[in-house]
Design a protein around this ligand. Structure first.
Ligand code: PLP
Length: 409
């Protein structure tokens, strides 16, 4: 008799984005002909850089000839790409070896799967608000405990509040936790941790034999040279941190799919000496994953070339100019806006203490603009909206103008 993994039934409510889509669709059905303006979803919209397209074409062309055809590749990734990724860390002054790099089909699968190499009784700490994958994958794995609908929390998870008062970066937990998820630049708040802030977590993790899962999916959006793009810029981080990154937002690979995870040899935990976690992730990937697409990896290599980086940066600058348009437009009508300076997300405080979902409906009905309610990212997201800078400039400008003209609160 087969039985299901009952933890799926513990997942709180539907995923945020289907609920947004449902409300937007209901509004469109009631108001046919009204154009909805989207500032909601973190999906890339601009075309791939020419150098990256050439790389992808090269990958496809290689498959057309017997002499250059390749079938399955290394589960850990193409050796050239692993080397190129390690070289990116060297530029930041961080020492990452090729065999610490594991190429994947994106950051989301890695963020979701990494917990599987840790025991089921690990206590997990998450930033609140947070990218929902950290919580949901740990709930599915049985680490959530019971969901308290009134408080919006799972009772076995430790929530680290990110508030206006702490600049949306938390203090280290007061109690002992085992796995700590940190996302910087942060989705949804757009906040970026300083080296000093990360150093406190590194110190905590080393002291408690905890492991930090550092999600750096938006690292390329950091323009301030003082802010760390990798946790490995902090001394000692290799002993306690696993870092996950992606080509999705840095090279427009949201649909192409390519990412990577760094599991340092030095990374240890309570019962894992140096090398053990690296070996376990290797084993996990070799068992469940057959390597990223060879065509896509060729595209990834092109994206990391000097010319590729230059072209990808132009697209990042384009999105960051969108962020500026949103920030200036919203600030001009008195909204309080955070983030959007070293991150493609803006965290907008709702006026007059209006609840997130209520403000979502107000923006939808008054300005026809779709945003993302902060409450969907955790209890401390209440009272905020996430606004995304991903979009075509004309659409972004139209949405901002509509908010400026039509929002009446
Ligand atoms: N991590 C964060 C914080 C994200 O916001 C996203 C995507 O929105 C991902 C990971 C997923 O990245 P990928 O497209 O590489 O799966």
């Amino acid at each position: 008799m087969a039985t299901i993994n009952g933890n799926y039934d513990k997942l709180a409510a539907g995923y945020l984005f289907p609920e947004i889509a449902k409300r937007a669709k209901a509004y469109s059905m009631k108001n046919p002909g009204t154009k909805l303006l989207k500032l909601g979803i973190g999906n890339s919209t601009e075309p791939l850089a020419p150098t990256v397209v050439a790389g992808l074409k090269l990958g496809a062309d290689k498959l057309a000839k017997a002499e250059t055809y390749t079938g399955y590749g290394d589960e850990q990734g193409d050796a050239r790409l692993r080397k190129a990724i390690a070289a990116q860390y060297a530029k930041l002054g961080a020492d990452v070896a090729d065999n610490e790099v594991f190429v994947s089909d994106g950051a989301k699968p890695d963020v979701g799967n990494i917990q599987s190499i840790f025991s089921a009784d690990c206590v997990v700490a998450v930033q609140d608000p947070a990218y929902p994958v950290y919580v949901d994958t740990n709930v599915i794995a049985g680490r959530g405990g019971k969901f308290d609908a009134a408080g919006g929390c799972y009772d076995r998870l430790v929530y680290m509040p990110c508030t206006e008062d702490n600049g949306f970066f938390p203090e280290v937990p007061k109690q002992k936790v085992d796995l700590i998820y940190i996302c910087s630049p942060n989705n949804p708040t757009g906040a970026v941790a300083t080296k000093e802030q990360l150093a406190k977590f590194v110190e905590y993790a080393r002291k408690n034999k905890a492991v930090i899962i550092f999600d750096a999916a938006y690292s390329q959006y950091i323009s301030d040279p003082k802010l760390p793009r990798s946790i490995y810029e902090v001394p000692g981080a290799k002993e306690c941190a696993i870092e996950i990154n992606s080509f999705s937002k840095s090279a427009g690979f949201t649909g192409v799919r390519l990412g990577w995870t760094i599991v340092p040899m030095a990374c240890v935990c309570e019962n894992a000496p140096a090398g053990k976690l690296n070996g376990m992730w290797n084993r996990r990937q070799c068992t469940f994953f057959n390597g990223a697409s060879n065509i896509v990896q060729e595209g990834g290599l092109a994206a990391l070339s000097e010319q590729g980086q230059k072209e990808c940066k132009e697209t990042i600058d384009y999105y960051m100019e969108n962020a500026k348009v949103i920030r200036e437009g919203f600030t001009a009508i008195g909204l309080k806006v955070y983030g959007g300076i070293n991150a493609p997300y803006l965290w907008v405080k709702t006026p007059k203490g209006i609840k997130s979902w209520e403000f979502f409906d107000i923006l939808l009905t008054q300005a026809h603009v779709v945003t993302t309610p902060g409450a969907g990212f955790g209890p401390h997201g209440e009272g905020f909206m996430r606004v995304s800078a991903f979009g075509h400039r004309l659409d972004i400008t139209e949405a901002v103008e509509s908010v400026k003209k039509n929002l009446k609160v």
